[in-house]
Design a protein around this ligand. Structure first.
Ligand SMILES: *Cc1c(COP(=O)(O)O)cnc(C)c1O
Length: 377
């Protein structure tokens, strides 16, 4: 089956009780047992819930994994997965990792003795140079947020294999429709399903997907122990969202290409970062490992004043955090997604005060362009 078909028929889709074309919301916390000697498949919903399971199966199929676990947020998926590491372990992490991941790694995991070195992962030699005897994992995001930098996943996997490391990839921007890191040899794929997977800006959820059953069991053990699983209502909504993932991504991506190309020629715009543009430094590598450039990009304006005017002046694109909804969202990384990164560190990474990120929704691109144009003045 092709991916578009799997989005609709990939997991359990028919309710065996009634024939309903969907798995119901099992809004329940506990299950009656019939034997003292052995409990049924379901006993308590922190561990297992059929609605969550249907969602997990669907995403596992889309990513080409053997197991997916659904979490109460992207950060819950990331943090729970990172707990497979132990005190004394060291990680090599891409330096423009999602702000929340930077925060848990640099303030919480570091306190627990799991340390990280942040490197420019577009440079494979920098990844390898940061590896120490106690290094256990490489944590990547490609395209990265907010500069859309590209890491060569096959190259990173080759390094990881040479050193016996686990490769983790945050695939939020791409979704399995556009990029499937497990097929390239990565070990754990992470998602904020809050973004494109659910796609309607009405659920917070996250996923971890693996090929290796043992690794899946380890993450599942921590998920159940910590209680970080996703609730049934949110599982249902996300399952519904995934059914239209292909058409949403196709349209948003097409709109993004139009807008990014238009912005490149705008007199107030000094740079456009989008891996769909042929002059993007990661264009060729991205094209070799993904099926499209996605629907998020960033650009820089010629002054802070113009940036402020744009952010406060758009009428269609909502000035907000988050991305991946049917509605366009314009955000300001320096004060939003990357506010938890120290200012000096931000500057060093190129997250300047005139950098804007745009997540393009399903509005007519002509209307979006007119809106951006009037806001920039
Ligand atoms: C939003 C986001 C996260 C965090 O997900 P939540 O669902 O907000 O917890 C992680 N990684 C990326 C790339 C994101 O965009």
């Amino acid at each position: 089956m092709k991916l578009a078909t799997r989005m609709i028929h990939g997991g359990p889709t028919i309710d065996p009780q009634t024939g309903a074309l969907g798995v119901p919301i099992y809004q329940i916390s506990t299950y009656r047992q019939t034997s003292v000697d052995h409990f049924g498949k379901y006993d308590y919903a922190r561990g297992d819930n059929p609605t969550r399971e249907a969602l997990e199966e669907t995403i596992a199929v889309l990513e080409g994994g053997s197991r997916c676990l659904a979490f109460s947020s992207g950060m819950a998926a990331i943090s729970t997965s990172l707990l497979i590491f132990s005190p004394g372990d060291h990680l090599v992490v891409c330096d423009d990792v999602y702000g929340g991941a930077y925060r848990v790694l640099s303030t919480i995991f570091s306190r627990l003795g799991i340390t990280s070195t942040f490197v420019d992962a577009t440079d494979l030699t920098a990844i390898e140079a940061a590896i120490r005897p106690e290094t256990k994992g490489i944590y990547l995001e490609t395209p990265s947020n907010p500069l859309l930098k590209i890491t060569d996943l096959r190259g990173a996997v080759a390094i990881a294999r040479r050193h016996g490391l686990i490769t983790l990839v945050d695939n939020t921007f791409m979704t399995p429709y556009l990029q499937r890191p497990l097929e390239l040899g990565c070990d754990i794929v992470l998602h904020s399903g809050t973004k494109f997977l659910n796609g309607h800006s009405d659920v917070i959820c996250g996923f971890a997907v693996v090929k290796d059953a043992g690794l899946g069991q380890r993450i599942r053990y921590i998920q159940n122990a910590f209680g970080t699983g996703l609730g049934p209502q949110d599982s249902f909504l996300t399952l519904r969202g995934i059914k239209t993932l292909k058409v949403r991504m196709d349209q948003s991506q097409q709109n993004t290409m139009r807008i990014a190309t238009w912005l490149k020629e705008h007199k107030r715009v000094t740079a456009v970062h989008y891996p769909g543009l042929a002059d993007h430094p990661g264009y060729t590598i991205h094209a070799g490992q993904a099926d499209g450039p996605g629907a998020v990009f960033s650009f820089e304006l010629d002054s802070f004043e113009a940036t402020k005017r744009l952010l406060e002046g758009t009428k269609l694109a909502a000035f907000a955090v988050s991305l991946g909804g049917v509605e366009s969202i314009i955000s300001y990384p320096a004060r939003m997604s990357h506010a938890s990164v120290p200012a000096e560190e931000r500057q060093r990474k190129g997250i300047t005060d005139s950098l804007v990120r745009l997540s393009v929704g399903l509005e007519d691109p002509d209307d979006l362009i007119a809106d951006l144009d009037q806001a920039m003045g």
